[in-house]
Design a protein around this ligand. Structure first.
Ligand code: FAD
Length: 343
């Protein structure tokens, strides 16, 4: 049985506009929504803006289209797909934005001891969570062992010089998967677009990655909710005010399949080559950019509750972890995360 995330409707981070107190002034608010990256995007802006809604939506769609043409593994002719199809160790030119994602992925990959590993694509595809979404069943151990031979961040080199950026693979079958960072990257692109237009009161989201600043149409700070890790719609676990930061949640309770009563989620542990099977079910991270938050959340998911919390405390990360218990769920957060909570 396959449960897949109905993107945008069952966001792991649900946007909640709290009812306004009636003693604040209301402001004009525009909402722009659309589809991208197999999920939904939403741009909410409050206050008067110079651009008209159609013109702004065209700029947003063009920017997201470019991101897909650069880093989508669901588009066979994207820059990333052409790199993955390439079977030589010849460095391939890549756009600046993609180089920024790779740099962030290499840093978080090192910090998580390889738990977040964007070269994990052969395993993601083997387990049926990639673009070709094959029939989902547990692969044979020798298939897993063979795929594990094709991964490892140490075999991926980012080359930067005054002429541009290049990506080089040492293993011909290497397949880079940026799915865990793409939504955060897209949110940061939208935040930069807001800044270019001098828009300072917004809430932007792409899938489960969000960033917000300022107040909504009721003059209240935007509120972002973290959902309880259940299939029940919109059960709120916690509320935060991002104050210009980015947030992202990785979870193992939406995108999975079951076989013989066991769940297999889309978060893969590169060391075992198998989906994680510990009790951490949701990791939410708040960071200065949505890209960084989106990179950390999957790495922490792979590490499991104890190791994730220890690493988050060492790095001073704003992290909120929800784990399964015999009675239900338990949540733990770092002091840095508490600073964003809305009481
Ligand atoms: P996250 O927790 O953020 O990421 C989990 C994903 O990361 C897994 O699905 C896997 O791909 C990868 N991963 C698993 N384990 C690891 C690990 N240890 N280290 C690093 N990465 C790991 N989906 C569609 O169905 N149709 C589309 O057309 C489509 N287009 C896309 C275009 C782009 C540019 C991107 C970036 C993604 C696209 N996707 C598409 C995928 C989809 O948007 C989500 O990225 C995907 O479902 C995971 O997002 P998430 O937030 O649910 O999970």
């Amino acid at each position: 049985m396959v449960h897949s995330l109905t993107k945008g409707l069952l966001l792991t981070v649900t946007l909640i506009l709290l009812a306004a107190c009636n003693d604040t002034e209301t402001r004009p608010q525009i909402d722009i929504e659309g589809k991208t990256m197999g999920t939904f995007y939403s741009v909410k802006i409050s206050g008067n803006i110079a651009q008209n809604k159609q013109q702004l939506q065209q700029e947003i769609d063009a920017l997201l289209e470019q991101a897909n043409d650069d880093i989508s593994t669901y588009r066979p002719h994207s820059v990333l797909s052409r790199f993955n199809q390439h079977r030589s160790s010849e460095p391939q030119p890549i756009p600046r934005g993609m180089a920024d994602i790779i740099l962030m992925a290499q840093r978080i990959g090192r910090d998580t001891g390889g738990a977040m590993d964007i070269t994990v694509g052969p395993l993601v595809n083997l387990w049926g969570f990639g673009p070709d979404k094959r029939v989902v069943k547990v692969p044979q151990q020798q298939q897993i062992d063979a795929a594990k031979q094709q991964i490892g961040l140490q075999h991926l080199k980012l080359i930067s010089d005054h002429q541009g950026e290049w990506l080089q693979k040492e293993l011909p079958e290497m397949y880079v998967d940026l799915s865990t960072l793409g939504e955060g990257y897209a949110v940061d692109q939208l935040v930069r677009l807001m800044a270019r237009h001098g828009i300072t009161h917004y809430l932007v989201s792409v899938g489960g990655a969000v960033s917000s600043r300022g107040v909504n149409g009721q003059g209240q700070p935007w509120r972002v909710a973290i959902q309880k890790p259940t299939d029940r719609e919109n059960a709120v676990q916690a509320l935060v005010d991002l104050q210009g930061y980015g947030i992202s949640t990785a979870g193992s309770y939406r995108n999975y399949f079951e076989q013989d009563g066991q769940r297999y989620s889309h978060v893969i542990d590169p060391t075992t080559g198998r989906p994680i099977n510990h009790r951490l079910v949701s990791a939410t991270v708040i960071a200065p950019t949505a890209l960084e938050a989106d990179g950390w959340d999957t790495g922490l998911m792979v590490l499991g509750t104890e190791k994730a919390l220890k690493l988050a405390e060492e790095k001073g990360l704003a992290v909120y972890l929800i784990s399964k218990t015999d009675e239900g769920f338990s949540a733990v957060m770092t002091p840095q995360f508490k600073a964003f909570l809305v009481q």
